[in-house]
Design a protein around this ligand. Structure first.
Ligand code: ZN
Length: 271
């Protein structure tokens, strides 16, 4: 599943090229997670101003309104002047004067949704409950600790929930908790301030490292220049069940939390 660094790398790979381009046509394939919410003809003739990101949503500001794009479980965007003919898993395509933007999404959990503006109920419904962006100045250690105090669930579930801080998905939650020395099952409200501060720093570290490497990726991810599958993260715990911990050599344990696999070291991560 594309996580925040992958979505940001995708954004960076086409944002400059598409800004200022005029939309010439839009085609939709099979239904995605949510309907587009407008007739495709409404978008034609409008100009793309910029591409922003909020959580794992890409926001295309156009002169005719906002397009929110989510990559879901297996989505990837391509952007280019000369794309191959659309295949059976390509479910959104937008021709612009600068190139074609295409969403490839075999599992169709992704979505492209139109909203007249960011404060419109359609956009607010998707973006309204998102927590702070982890790599901005709004994400502060004190505020993070304070917010955790109100959460009784396991810290990993709270991170994945995205209401306190967005974009910390399954891979980076496991990695950040390892770096901070915190067992994923600890109740969020029980974390002391020093431990919350360590976790805050660890989240920023793992996300920045992944971004710097162009995003750790799963096999389905490819960025908008069509490069695919470059998994570059040297994971400490993620997907390493049974392998020796890179710090203490104890075997990495895996458990299920809310239907997702969690990986941790029983020595290095304290309850
Ligand atoms: Zn260890």
């Amino acid at each position: 599943m594309p996580e925040l660094p992958e979505v940001e790398v995708t954004r960076l790979s086409f944002a400059d090229r598409i800004s200022g381009a005029q939309i010439m046509g839009v085609q939709m394939g099979k239904p995605l997670r949510w309907p587009l919410g407008c007739d495709v003809s409404h978008l034609e003739g409008h100009t793309v101003h910029q591409v922003r990101r909020r959580g794992k949503y890409l926001l295309l500001d156009t002169s005719g309104g906002l397009l929110l794009i989510h990559l879901g479980m297996s989505g990837s965007l391509s952007f280019g002047a000369d794309l191959s003919p659309a295949g059976k898993h390509d479910h959104f395509e937008m021709q612009t004067t600068a190139g074609h933007l295409r969403l490839h999404d075999p599992r169709r959990f992704g979505a492209v949704v139109y909203a007249p503006a960011e404060d419109h109920p359609t956009a607010r419904k998707l973006l309204g409950r998102l927590g702070v962006e982890p790599l901005t100045d709004d994400f502060l250690p004190e505020g993070f600790h304070h917010a955790l105090q109100k959460k009784q669930s396991a810290i990993k579930q709270v991170l994945l929930g995205g209401e306190i801080v967005v974009g910390v998905g399954n891979i980076y939650a496991s990695e950040a908790l390892f770096l901070a020395g915190i067992r994923p099952t600890v109740r969020a409200a029980r974390l002391s301030k020093p431990r919350a501060v360590r976790l805050h720093a660890a989240i920023r570290t793992v996300l920045s490292q992944a971004l710097a490497k162009g995003g750790s990726t799963l096999k389905d991810f490819s960025n908008a220049q069509g490069e695919s599958g470059y998994f570059q993260l040297d994971a400490m715990v993620y997907d390493r069940a049974g392998l020796p911990c890179r710090v203490c050599a104890a075997p990495i344990k895996t458990i299920r939390q809310g239907q997702r696999s969690t990986f941790f070291c029983v020595n290095c991560q304290k309850p």
